[in-house]
Ligand binder design. Structure first.
Ligand code: LLP
Length: 426
């Protein structure tokens, strides 16, 4: 059966499973809250991009920020993926996970000189440079290191991604990239510097994109620039189009995101204007690779009613999954034990002392008694990576399922982990 927003998860008998593993059994063994991921779903999503871009020279650089646990990165590294990183920390994780440094692109508006040095030493594929000042700093750091830095310039194409304002990045009012009007001069300047090897052009217009047209518009603008730069002898051979598709969060009335096939066709069509210009396509999908592959498992602690509301109080909170309170995001929810009881509206909330600590509001769910397990879906991306220790809550355990086996890829934090490095003053 298909369960909206729960791509890799299905009921077997009356119990929700991830591949061949019962989520009730996982929760009993590792406790809750727990993130559980399907390896098969991650691999299938990666392969779907690969197939959709068949016929075009391409590299899939998984966007590490979506889920940076080493156990997840290792699955992607083994598939031959590259990585899109935004910090020295993400590079560290990627290399620890067995990832190839030569397939790493380094994005972000605020790279430090120390991060640049480390990335140059590791031999990354390219820096996605986001400002004219950064061009000069990178040239200086590369010169001091005695190497040439491979770079792409990130251009802000001024395209509306038609997504949540916090995750829309390709508009003039956003902090990202070099303004389209200044891009040509920036390329000329970068190409004139001895320690930069200018090979690429890059953009990222936003996340949770549910249409292909913003991608196509951005690509068309970048292709025009590639052709006109070629006219003045600046040969761009890497076209990086940033993050990937949005995903289905199971919200009633939301249009489903485009398929990988539709995405691939739109990308190829938009690139066709390059004609015989030699190009390699880079894509940096994050959410669509890991998002549908994960759930957050929580246990019900208490129920309570007042005159206007019913509350289901669970042991997961906004520190585990901040997306509902931060972006007003909808995550699908279903009981781990299938219930035939009629649903009622409830606010699903955590133990944190904030009114903003909710995972869902006015959600129709069957009554869930104390001890019942709830699965919160589409929680593989931007969920664990955005979690915190607010209210001194240890971060959750993470489990990777493969077939009928699972591995704890990150142990639950202990209270001792939380106070590590702290001391009192004299
Ligand atoms: N490349 C760059 C330069 C990015 O900034 C991002 C996401 C990606 C790639 C990956 O995009 P994706 O394929 O995942 O759409 N925390 C927010 C999402 C922030 C996205 C930031 N950048 C959320 O929970 O919705």
């Amino acid at each position: 059966m298909s369960l909206a927003g729960f791509n890799a998860f299905e009921y077997r008998g009356d119990t929700l499973h991830c591949e061949g593993v019962s989520l009730a059994a996982v929760a009993d063994a590792v406790g809750t809250p727990a993130f559980v991921y399907s390896r098969k779903a991650i691999e299938a999503a990666y392969k779907a991009y690969d197939a959709a871009l068949d016929g075009v020279d391409h590299l899939i650089c998984y966007s590490v920020k979506a889920n940076s646990s080493i156990g997840i990165l290792n699955v992607l590294a083994r598939l031959g993926a590259g990585a899109d990183i935004v910090s020295g920390g993400e590079l560290f994780r990627w290399l620890k996970a067995g990832g190839d440094a030569g397939k790493v692109v380094f994005s972000g508006v605020g790279k430090t000189e120390a991060e640049m040095r480390t990335a140059l030493e590791a031999g990354i594929l390219a820096f996605n440079v986001e400002s004219t000042e950064e061009i000069d700093v990178l040239d200086r750091v590369a010169r001091a290191a005695g190497v040439k830095a491979r770079v792409a310039l990130r251009v802000n194409p001024d395209v509306d991604a038609q997504t949540h304002p916090y995750i829309s990045t390709g508009l003039t009012q956003n902090k990202f990239g070099i303004a389209a009007a200044a891009a040509r001069d920036a390329f000329r300047h970068a190409a004139s510097l001895a320690n930069l090897d200018v090979r690429g052009i890059d953009c990222h217009i936003g996340s949770q994109l549910t249409k292909t047209s913003p991608f196509a518009d951005a690509i068309a603008r970048l292709c025009d620039l590639i052709l006109s730069l070629a006219g003045e002898g600046i040969m761009i051979t890497d076209l990086d189009i940033g993050g990937g598709l949005g995903i289905d969060y199971g919200k009633e009335g939301d249009a489903p995101p485009p398929s990988h096939g539709e995405y691939g066709a739109a990308v190829k069509q938009a690139m066709a204007k390059l004609g015989s210009h030699p190009i390699r396509l880079l894509v940096e999908p994050g959410r669509s690779i890991v998002g549908p592959a994960g759930v957050l498992l929580a246990r019900v602690l208490y129920n309570k009613d007042n005159e206007v509301k019913h509350f289901t109080i669970i042991d997961a909170a906004m520190n585990d999954l901040i997306r509902p309170s931060f972006y007003g995001s909808h995550h699908p929810m279903t009981p781990v034990k299938k219930s035939e009881t009629a649903p009622r509206k409830t606010d699903v909330v955590g133990p944190i002392c904030e009114t903003g600590d909710f995972l869902a509001r006015d959600r129709a769910l069957p009554p869930l008694a104390t001890g019942a397990l709830l699965a919160i879906g589409a929680a593989g991306a931007y969920s664990f990576t955005m979690s915190s220790n607010y209210n001194t809550r240890p971060r959750a355990v993470e489990v990777l399922v493969s077939g009928d086996r699972y591995t704890v890829i990150r142990e639950r934090e202990t209270l001792e982990h939380l106070v590590r490095g702290e001391r009192t003053a004299e």
